[in-house]
Design a binder for this molecule. Structure first.
Ligand SMILES: [Zn+2]
Length: 80
């Protein structure tokens, strides 16, 4: 089975396969585990979904914005 949203598929962290098998113990929910169909690496459902989210997100926002503007936010001594 694949985890795919739109054009993006979650990949195995070891071999980049996009095929996974469900855990035989059949957990469900965000802690469910899946195994890579090729190399058997275990991945959590939540991680697979997060990975898709990261691939889908544009790589700009929040990544390299320095956060320095909060030094002056206290009280009334804001100066420019
Ligand atoms: Zn793999």
């Amino acid at each position: 089975m694949q985890f795919r949203i739109g054009k993006i598929s979650a990949k195995c962290s070891s071999c980049d396969s996009t095929q996974f098998k469900p855990d035989p113990e059949d957990y469900s929910g965000p802690l469910a585990r899946f195994y890579c169909a090729v190399c058997g690496t275990a991945m959590q459902y939540a991680d697979l979904i997060a990975q898709i989210g990261q691939q889908a997100a544009p790589p700009s926002k929040e990544a390299r914005v320095p956060r320095r503007k909060r030094a002056h936010s206290k009280g009334g001594t804001v100066r420019r």
